[in-house]
Design a protein around this ligand. Structure first.
Ligand SMILES: NC(=O)c1ccc[n+]([C@@H]2O[C@H](COP(=O)([O-])OP(=O)(O)OC[C@H]3O[C@@H](n4cnc5c(N)ncnc54)[C@H](O)[C@@H]3O)[C@@H](O)[C@H]2O)c1
Length: 328
């Protein structure tokens, strides 16, 4: 299984490559030493190439843009790539509210470029990493969102991710490309860029500075430790029908969640507790425009593949805080 992993110098993609190479999931590199793992990353502000230092001798690292179709196509051809795993994206909601255009460029046109490569190389499959944010928010008494429910994105970021999904569905129908799409809830863990919620709480608390929390912190998110997300992706990768099923809705889409919803304020308090810092550091700030109230997913599709989360929130938070403290 030769892989092209895009965006793997970022948060989730770096964990995916490290786990894949270390064999924690499949012992893949040991069993298939000739298979290629090629990483393509533009190295934006959110990337840190050093996350991959320990596996640099086992991967091919290329700095470049997923929207550069000739480059992606040549990598697929040259390395006999069977699957492209696409983590590459602009990912910060607040930045998308300031300026949508980088999000359209990478999250929409970049994905179209990967679709074009699938069309040119029909043996290549695409595993596209999407997000629960494509569904938009739900009320407290709504059932969790299921695969097949309508998409109502609230932010330009979520809209760009939803647009990419639509292009992939259309390409599956029209050109018969082989693709699967995963929609995961909020991830946390080491390597996450400092602007995101949990790293912000840790960074501010370590300096005894006010910890900003939107509105009254009552919005709910379902948190998943990053390596559990990576294991779910491995489950999809090793399920051939996930990419090639007659019924698009039942085959190709997977919601991934731990079913562990928490209010943002409780997450902030939990981080402060691990750090031994007072809750008085919490400082409420005006709400984000269009801020989604609650996300919750029906994750039965991924659980049918035998996946379930392994890392509890308490353990994951302890590991995350330790990593950020060590990094300084
Ligand atoms: N972080 C979460 O909580 C979460 C939850 C669900 C889904 N996702 C999705 O998972 C994927 C990875 O998220 P993340 O949090 O690791 O992101 P991140 O921002 O930490 O990393 C993104 C990576 O993509 C690279 N990149 C950006 N534009 C590129 C381009 N045009 N070509 C090549 N590389 C490019 C960046 O350099 C960076 O290394 C994204 O698609 C995101 O939408 C994230």
């Amino acid at each position: 299984m030769s892989l092209l992993v895009t965006g793997a110098a970022g948060f989730i993609g770096s964990h995916f490559v490290l786990r894949h190479c270390s064999g924690q999931v499949l012992r893949h590199c040991e069993r298939h030493p000739d298979d290629a793992i090629v990483v393509l990353d533009k190295l934006t502000y959110a990337a840190d190439r050093s996350f991959l230092d320990s596996v640099m001798d086992r991967i091919v690292f290329v700095q470049g843009d997923i929207a550069d179709t000739p480059l992606v196509s040549s990598l697929v051809q040259q390395h006999g790539i069977e699957t492209m795993v696409n983590f590459a994206a602009e990912t910060h909601v607040d930045r998308s509210i300031e300026d949508e255009h980088p999000f359209l460029q990478t999250n929409v046109l970049g994905v179209q470029s990967l679709i074009d490569v699938c069309k040119a190389h029909p043996t290549a499959r695409l595993l596209h990493i999407s997000t629960d944010e494509v569904y938009g928010d739900i009320d407290d008494d709504d059932p969790p969102r299921a695969v097949g429910d309508p998409l109502f994105p609230s932010s330009p970021y979520a809209a760009s991710k939803a647009a990419a999904e639509m292009l992939i569905i259309a390409a599956m129908r029209t050109y018969g490309i082989k693709a699967a799409v995963t929609r995961c809830t909020n991830n946390y863990g080491p390597h996450q860029f400092s602007e995101k919620f949990i790293p912000t709480v840790i960074r501010c608390a370590l300096k005894d500075e006010p910890v900003p929390v939107y509105a009254e912190g009552k919005n709910k998110r379902d948190w998943l430790y990053v390596t559990d997300h990576c294991d779910a992706l491995e489950a999809v990768l090793t399920t051939p029908w996930a990419f090639w099923d007659d019924t698009i809705q039942s085959g190709h889409f997977f919601n991934i969640s731990a079913d562990d919803e928490r209010q943002n304020i409780d997450v902030a308090k939990a981080v402060l507790k691990v750090l031994g810092k007072p809750e008085s550091l919490i400082h409420f700030v005006p709400d984000r425009p269009g801020h989604d109230w609650r996300y919750a997913l029906d994750s039965s599709s991924i659980r049918k593949l035998g996946w379930k989360p392994q890392v509890s929130f308490e353990e994951g938070l302890r590991r995350t805080v330790e990593w950020f403290v060590r990094r300084g």
